[in-house]
Design a protein around this ligand. Sequence first.
Ligand code: ATP
Ligand code: MG
Length: 405
Amino acid sequence: MKCTLMHRTVSAAEIDIDSDSGFISKILKVSAPEHLPVGVADPKGNLSRAALNQWWTDRAIPASRSGLRDALDILGIVDSKQLLMRCYGLSLSDQYWIKPDGSDLLWEKINFFNNSFSEDIGDILFETKPKSSILDFNSPDSTSDGNLKKRWKIINGKRYLIKDGSDPFFQQPFNEVIASEIMDRLRIAHIPYTVTSIDGKPYSLCEDFITSKTELIPAWRIIQTKKKRNETSTWQHFVDCCTELGIPGTVEFLDRMIVLDYLIANEDRHYNNFGALRNAETLEWLGMAPIYDSGSSLGYNKVARRIAAGDDIICKPFKKHHEEQLKLAWDLSWIDYDRLSDVREMITGILSSEIAAETIDENRIEAIIQFVEARIRTLQQITHAHHSDRSASDDDLTENIAAAY
Ligand SMILES: Nc1ncnc2c1ncn2[C@@H]1O[C@H](COP(=O)(O)OP(=O)(O)OP(=O)(O)O)[C@@H](O)[C@H]1O
Ligand SMILES: [Mg+2]
């Protein structure tokens, strides 16, 4: 099927998509190279079909998404890529879409930021019966990333992402709130999260931080813009890519993200869990996006005894160990430890709610508090003698794998 790859109202390229497989089979013409997705051109500036297909495939719900198999069975579809065309590839995180040849669709009329969307895909992903027997596939849930069950909903005119936790503790929604509170205290730009209960189960809720004029470009796309040299560290490569693109404030942002992730022992800060914001009309880079998706942390999948032990903690995206990753931080002098003096009360307040009590007991709460208090103490000691070290080492991570639940 011949289509135009659109960026808001701009035609970026003419492409052919194989309707059966959902793959981009041909690139027919590039009309606005500057509007192509970030990182899909080869070093000579030519649009690579393989890279464009990777970007396109990444737009579909990942095969590893919790509950996807059952949802696709209900929809009678074998691959989540087949859902992409049914919503024109539109998303609530960026401004790309696909316009079939000969259609008179207008971005103003179909984008999900200003127009409503169907709840049917979200209902099926959440194992709820859709309201109508004839399904409407026009939904941003078909282009949402990440492995946890999630859906978009319009509440009082605003778009919210509702996200599940995982068995057995369903701790991630609460962790998002704890991380938000820590970032409030440390004045780190972040997306605020709350916990909501649906049928007695906890979910995190956060508002869409993208508008009809902006977009989130994940770090994964940013690191595709340059070839990484073997001797360059993963951190340096990311910073170099940002510098070349002209993204402001990268090092300061990374310092803050690395510190937060140390404090909460975040185990899933892969390259799609942070990124930069740009103006999708002017293509001006606005800076790094406020921090989102910090839920896979605080021993979310470990028993209380293992949280207290504090070992076997996975670290991403730059180093394999948080202690090594902390050495990448340029400056730690901004951390105001006094503002963290109430973490015990803060964490107790969040984890003692009726809904949390279903899966999180007092033992577990105490283990989490003691763990965070110990991390704060250690960080404070490190801050005194901190010398940053941004060289490549055996501890550098080379892959980008999201946690599966
Ligand atoms: N508030 C938001 N506004 C706009 N886009 C968002 C927002 N929150 C998340 N996203 C986008 O949705 C994607 C999935 O969300 P999120 O990372 O929170 O899910 P996840 O299932 O926890 O992911 P993972 O597999 O990394 O655990 C993000 O990678 C980002 O592209
Ligand atoms: Mg994520």
